[in-house]
Design a protein around this ligand. Structure first.
Ligand code: 5GP
Length: 210
């Protein structure tokens, strides 16, 4: 049973949701963060979209059919999901449950709607919204990475405008203008979270008997 009520004296794995419009650079930021913070792993999502380029099943995503995805939703095996560009994307609940239990920090690279669902289940999840320096730069990035058709890029830009209007629902927002700065800011957010008394109370109790 997934329970958001955490025992304050039990340090559990942290959930870090990194959201932001497609093309903002979430993947690169997450990769760089994980080079610095090896205590974080990335959750592998399920999706009904087809693999792109070099993507591999079980590494980049678990690729599945719509029927399989809907079946997992019905069985409550999906923590959160969203329909993005007419495809399902979702976080398998089993590994997340295990990570938390094993005190393993985990990063979710998910849509805004997905992150908001996670926050409802895990209010202690860290929510970070990555913003592009401008809409033009986002369009440029999507064009340059050459993984979508022109029509798909247009749809993603439209979706990005809607998504950016929800930035206020996130506790942290970072303008991704320079990758090193973005990663440093993300790391600073994590460190600040770790310094919260709440997250250290068990240690302090042991050290100082308080
Ligand atoms: P892409 O097709 O570019 O890999 O991903 C499209 C969007 O789906 C990205 O914004 C990505 O963050 C999001 N996404 C990937 N996995 C998940 C997931 O498990 N849940 C949700 N809600 N969004 C996801």
């Amino acid at each position: 049973m997934m329970n958001s009520m955490m025992d304050k004296n039990m340090i559990q794995g942290k959930i870090l949701c990194v959201s932001g419009p497609s093309g903002v650079g979430k993947g690169t930021v997450i990769d760089k963060l994980m080079e610095k913070r090896q205590d974080f792993v990335l959750s592998i999502s399920m999706t009904t979209r087809a693999p792109r380029g070099e993507e591999k099943d079980g590494i980049d995503y678990y690729f599945c059919s719509v029927t399989e995805f809907q079946d997992l939703i019905a069985k409550k095996e999906i923590l959160e999901f969203d329909i993005y560009s007419d495809e399902y994307y979702g976080t398998p609940v089993g590994p997340i449950r295990e990570f938390i239990r094993n005190k393993q920090n985990v990063i979710l690279d998910i849509t805004i709607a997905g992150a908001l669902q996670v926050k409802k289940i895990f209010p202690e999840a860290l929510m970070v919204f990555l913003l592009p320096p401008s809409m033009e730069s986002l369009r440029d990035r999507l064009l340059k990475r050459n993984t979508e058709t022109e029509e798909q890029i247009k749809a993603r830009i439209k979706q990005a405008e809607i998504e950016i209007s929800h930035v206020e629902k996130f506790e942290y927002a970072i303008l991704n203008d320079k990758i090193e700065n973005t990663v440093s800011k993300l790391e600073a957010i994590i460190i600040a979270e770790e310094c919260k008394y709440y997250n250290q109370s068990a240690k302090f109790e042991q050290l100082f008997n308080i």
